[in-house]
Each structure stands twice: as C-alpha cells, then as structure tokens.
Design a protein around this ligand. Structure first.
Ligand code: PMP
Length: 454
C-alpha cells in the first residue's frame, strides 16, 4: 500500500530549495558545494521528491527508520500524546516516559534496568562516559579507532574515525585502541580466532600500560556501524567483558545504530551473549519519529547514584512526545514481528543476494553484516584490498563512489555511501519485493564501480 508516484510540483520544490540554500546550515558539508534533494514525502521504505521521482530508501534515513516512514500507529500515538500532554519537565513522573522506560528496560539484556533519556545518540554517549567516570572515579576512556559515537564534545573525541580529526583537541582523556577487523587486520591475523585473540591481548596491554587505576571505561560499538559494519569475531566481546571485570573497568556498548532490531536481535549484544554495564541507544527506539536516545544502566552503576545525586540532566530528557512514539514503535515491533523479520531478511534475502553480487563484481572486496545491517567494502584491487577510494576526513564522495551513487539514484535507489563502502541498511520492515528491487539496482551500479578497478 505504498503511496503512488506523486504529481510534480516544481514551484514548491524551487521555494523549498531556495530557503534551504539561503538559511539551512547542513551537517558535515561545505555549504556551497551541496545541492540537497527537496523531499516531498515518504511512506514505508520509500520517499519521493517534488519532481515525481520515487526512491527506495536503502539508508533508513541515517539508519534509524527501522519500521519505515509514517507508520500510522506511531503517527497516531504522537498525535494522541500531543492532544493529551505535549511536553512536561523531566523531574516529574509522566505516563509516556514511565511506560517507555519500562518497555525499553524489559528489552535490554541483563540487568540494564534504569533508563536515562537523552535527545539522541551523541548525548547518550556523553552521559555514559560521565557515568563511567563518576562510578569508577577514574579519568580515561578507551575507544576504538574504527568507531563513530557522535558529533558533540566528548562523543566526537571518543569517536575513532577520521571525522574526529577536525574537532579533536587531544585533551579529553581518550586513549584509542584497535578493535578486531579481519579484512584489514591491524594485527596481521589471518583467521578470526587469531584476530580475536590478538585484539584481546592488545586491549589488555593497553589497559596495563595506561594504568588500570586510571581507566574508567572501554567504549565499543557492538558491531561498528558507520566505520564499516565490522562484525566482531566470536569470543571477542566476551573477552572484553572478562578484561573489564578483571580491571574494574566499565564496559560501554554503543547500540545507537545496532539497537532495536537492526541486526536481527533486539540488541546486537545478544548475538554475543554479552551484557555491558552501560548501553547507549537512540535511532530505532522510536524509528526517529521524534528525537530520542538514552543510556540503559546496570543495577551496579545505578546504585552509585542511589543516595548521591547524578550531576547531569537535559531539558528534554524523556520528552513525552518522543516517549509516546517509542511506546507505539515497540508495540508495532511486537505486533509485526519486526525483529524476526529483520533476521529472516538478512539470512534469506540480503545476505545471499549481496554475496551473489560480490561473485559477479570485482569491485566488491567483502560483504559484511547481519539482519538489515550490511556493508559492501569496495576495492580497486581484490588481491591487495586497496580501497576503491583513499581514506579521507572530509567524507565527500570521491569520483568512483559518486558515480556509483549516481547510478543507484538513476535506478530509483537511495544508497548509503561512506568512503569506499556502500552500506545496505533498509528498514527492518523492508519487503521481499523491495529487497529484490534494491539488489537489481545495486547490481547495475556495481557495474559502474567495476569500471574503476585495476
Ligand atoms: N553512536 C553511534 C554508534 C552512531 O551510529 C551514532 C549516529 N550515527 C551516534 C552515536 C550519534 O548519534 P546522534 O547523531 O543521534 O547524536
């Protein structure tokens, strides 16, 4: 029941674009070099422009519309909450907030039973870091090079990938280490077992040489997302859990991107049977319909703040509209088996479909992922694994990736292109027909990428 191709409306499109060009300052962009598409509407897995072109959204926005656009149940819940109590300050107990916290705590693994609400992912990381420092009384945070944790002060410092470079003042008490990634192994490993073992030894040595009594937390994305969807090898996260316990270090798993069904489980930590001390979330918690994020807190860390005040807060913490959207989203996810569908789509359609593309296209170096969380690592040369474009800090698409993206859009698919990768991250609710449509467009676009290989 997707909305039909809309009628063209070039007059409105021109006005929207003109005001955007004059007054909207865009993220991660050279303002004069971008030409954002004017979006007229969206539904399910699709959005469309004012020219009457419809796109299959294989980005889920920024990997957040896990139940697709404009789900009527969630839209109605937001409207109902707006009619009842649009907003109320965080120091009060409010039905939508209580209920959202209860439902989230029910789904998070282990004893992560207390929820501190934020308005997004970066704020969640800020507060997780602060909680870890206050709980341990230690200053340092260990984070992985290949990671993204948000664009605010501490979150960008905790971030490992090159987007940090321009903002890093080097004074945030962050020490970086290498997490496992067999395809481009920092440890020169050739098997997953070797990669996991060497990565764990490296982490433990990092803690030992920094001084365990100075290390508050290890922060990891459960499956690093923006930096390349790198599923950790078996045993790695369990090993990190064990090292953290041994040295009294808080284990923080950032599930802002991986939480709420994206990987085919409620949380990616379940794939590895690991329970962190703090878990950050945002995005999928309410499919991003109203800004919401948070930290799920273990009993042990919550106890630190039972009789001692937590020195931090946010005006919009647990905003009723955002929480009502979360309650409705979690209801939809249960009613429509969204998590199971994401797992099945990955195992039966996306995984096999992408691997079949890799066999035909020399530009695909590796296919990685699970659920509706996949990346194609594009290479110039499969033998050397040289990336199709060089690493750069600006994030702008170099020529081969720009050509690949243009071919996708030409075919009606909106792709998620990041450096030398394309991520394949449709909504968890994506249908079989939509997956097949997307794979067909990717097939054609990869032929363009093949033209840049050696
Ligand atoms: N952590 C992770 C793992 C993320 O993927 C992101 C956003 N892509 C963030 C944190 C930051 O979230 P936000 O943009 O909502 O601040």
């Amino acid at each position: 029941t997707h909305a039909q191709r809309p009628a063209a409306d070039p007059v409105t499109a021109a006005a929207v674009k003109a005001a955007d060009r004059a007054h909207v300052f865009h993220s991660w962009s050279a303002q004069g070099l971008i030409d954002p598409l004017a979006v007229a509407g969206a539904e399910g897995s699709y959005f469309w422009d004012y020219e009457g072109r419809r796109y299959l959204d294989f980005t889920s926005g920024l990997v957040y519309t896990n139940i697709g656009y404009q789900h009527p149940t969630v839209v109605a819940a937001i409207q109902e909450q707006a009619g009842k109590l649009t907003t109320f300050a965080p120091a009060f107990a409010v039905e939508a907030r209580s209920e959202a916290a209860r439902l989230i705590a029910e789904r998070t693994p282990g004893d992560l039973d207390r929820i501190f609400f934020t308005s997004g992912g970066a704020e969640a990381v800020e507060h997780a870091v602060r909680m870890a420092r206050l709980h341990t009384g230690r200053p340092k945070i260990l984070s992985a090079y290949r990671s993204y944790h948000g664009a605010t002060g501490t979150a960008i410092n905790v971030t490992g990938d090159p987007r940090r470079w321009a903002s890093d003042n080097g004074t945030a008490g962050v020490v970086r280490f290498w997490a496992p990634f067999l395809y481009r192994s920092p440890f020169y490993a050739t098997t997953e077992a070797e990669e996991a073992e060497r990565a764990l030894r490296h982490l433990e040595e990092t803690i030992a040489f920094e001084g365990p009594s100075t290390v508050a937390a290890v922060v990891l994305e459960t499956i690093p997302g923006t930096a390349g969807i790198m599923v950790p090898p078996p045993g790695y996260l369990a090993g990190v859990r064990e090292i953290c316990d041994r040295y009294g270090v808080v284990m923080v798993l950032d599930e802002v991107m991986t939480g709420f069904g994206r990987t085919g489980k409620w949380f990616a930590a379940e794939h590895f049977d690991v329970v962190p001390d703090l878990l950050t979330f945002a995005k999928g918690v309410n499919s991003g319909y109203v800004p919401l994020g948070g930290v799920a807190i273990s009993d042990r860390i919550a106890a630190t703040f039972e009789t001692r005040a937590y020195p931090g807060g946010l005006t919009y913490s647990g905003h009723p509209l955002a929480c009502a959207a979360a309650v409705a989203t979690l209801q939809v996810m249960a009613d429509e088996n969204v998590v199971e569908r994401a797992a099945r789509t990955g195992a039966e359609l996306l995984g096999p479909g992408l691997r079949a593309l890799a066999e035909r296209h020399p530009s695909v170096g590796e296919v990685r992922g699970t659920g509706v969380f996949w990346a194609l690592d594009l290479v110039r040369d499969r033998a050397t694994r040289e990336p199709l474009v060089p690493y750069n800090a600006s994030g702008e698409a170099a020529a081969p990736m720009a050509a690949f993206a243009a071919a996708c859009k030409e075919g009606g698919l909106w792709p998620f292109v990041n450096m030398h990768r394309t991520h394949v991250v449709p909504p968890c609710t994506v249908s079989e027909a939509e997956v097949r449509e997307g794979l067909e467009v990717l097939d054609a676009a990869l032929t363009v990428a093949d033209g840049f290989t050696v």
